[in-house]
Design a protein around this ligand. Structure first.
Ligand SMILES: [Zn+2]
Length: 198
């Protein structure tokens, strides 16, 4: 016994989203059936518009509906610092901190030889090109504290340091309440490297 085609299609649609299995997909699909028609239309429009209207900033590759993006376009931003992140979501995280006032560069991934992702497959060549502009004095590498994030940081550091631009890395501390023995080696070694005087 199968569901009518429209609901099966909706379930299939939800299953294409990350972290959603068949059970959750059918729960969501049936939930949509019970929603008000206007709310469903708004939701559908939001999906289509987001896909249609959003693009990546041609300078920093942050997700945007205007080019250059609102950050690159802001004349109050410090143009001598570029913070390199893996994902547009990381820009949001940094912005929430309300302490950083420089520019960004979104790589859209990290170097991962295991997955066949090299420097040319993410926005590294574009970053190197941006650095030829003499206003940049520091690059803060804020890639994730993962094997791939570390590989990316190492690569960038090797590429950028010879140009005389300062390269720094966010010190990733141990999670609060975490137990040292359960910390993975990458986190631990970053924590040691980023240690400060007490
Ligand atoms: Zn931008």
């Amino acid at each position: 016994m199968q569901y009518p085609a429209p609901i099966s299609k909706l379930i299939d649609g939800f299953m294409k989203l990350p972290g959603i299995g068949p059970k959750t997909a059918s729960r969501l699909a049936f939930y949509v059936l019970n929603m008000k028609e206007d709310d469903v239309l708004d939701f559908a429009k939001a999906l289509v518009n987001a896909k249609r209207d959003l693009t990546h900033c041609s300078s920093c590759f942050y997700i945007t509906d205007q080019d250059p993006c609102i950050i690159c376009d802001d004349s109050h931003r410090d143009r001598s610092v570029i913070c390199v992140v893996e994902d547009s979501k990381d820009v949001m995280a940094m912005e929430k901190m309300q302490e950083y006032n420089g520019l960004y560069h979104v790589l859209h991934g990290a170097i991962s030889p295991m997955d066949g992702i090299g420097p040319e497959d993410i926005r590294i060549p574009e970053l190197i090109k941006r650095l030829q502009d003499e206003t940049v004095q520091e690059v803060i590498i804020a890639s994730n504290p993962s094997i791939e994030g570390e590989a990316t940081a190492m690569y960038l550091s090797r590429m950028i340091k010879p140009t005389g631009i300062r390269v720094t890395r966010l010190a990733h501390g141990l999670p609060v309440g975490g137990d040292l023995e359960y910390a993975d080696e990458v986190t631990l070694s970053r924590a040691v490297e980023g240690r400060r005087e007490l």
